[in-house]
Design a protein. Structure first.
Length: 119
């Protein structure tokens, strides 16, 4: 478990890798089943509001994350003003949280796949 900055740094040690962006519940379930037990602590998602402008963005592509329209599951927009990063965890449903970026969470690095160029 690491701080979000440490997690991002660990991911960036692999060319093209970044903190995982969960795009669907099926993807989240597959990652959890592969890497974690059912009681996995909260995971970093790669979304944050480090500009502190109340706009959460994914570091991968600048795509927006809204607690009013989470990609799946439930979103808990409550939290202290310094909670500028987004984590999530599976309870009965996947739940997204505003989280202090200095909290320790589990992380997954996503690496885009590339196909070899045929000659």
């Amino acid at each position: 478990m690491c701080l979000v900055a440490t997690s991002q740094a660990n991911c960036s040690n692999t060319d093209g890798a970044y903190l995982w962006r969960p795009n669907s519940e099926a993807e989240a379930e597959a990652v959890r089943d592969k890497f974690f037990d059912p009681l996995t602590p909260r995971l970093w998602t790669g979304a944050n509001d480090l500009n502190n402008d109340n706009t959460f963005e994914f570091v991968t592509d600048g795509g927006l994350f809204s607690f009013n329209a989470a990609p799946f599951g439930l979103a808990v927009p409550l939290g202290r003003p310094q909670n500028l990063c987004v984590s999530f965890q599976k309870f009965n449903d996947w739940t997204w949280f505003k989280t202090d970026c200095d909290a320790s969470r589990t992380f997954v690095c996503e690496v885009p796949t590339t196909c070899p160029v045929s000659i």
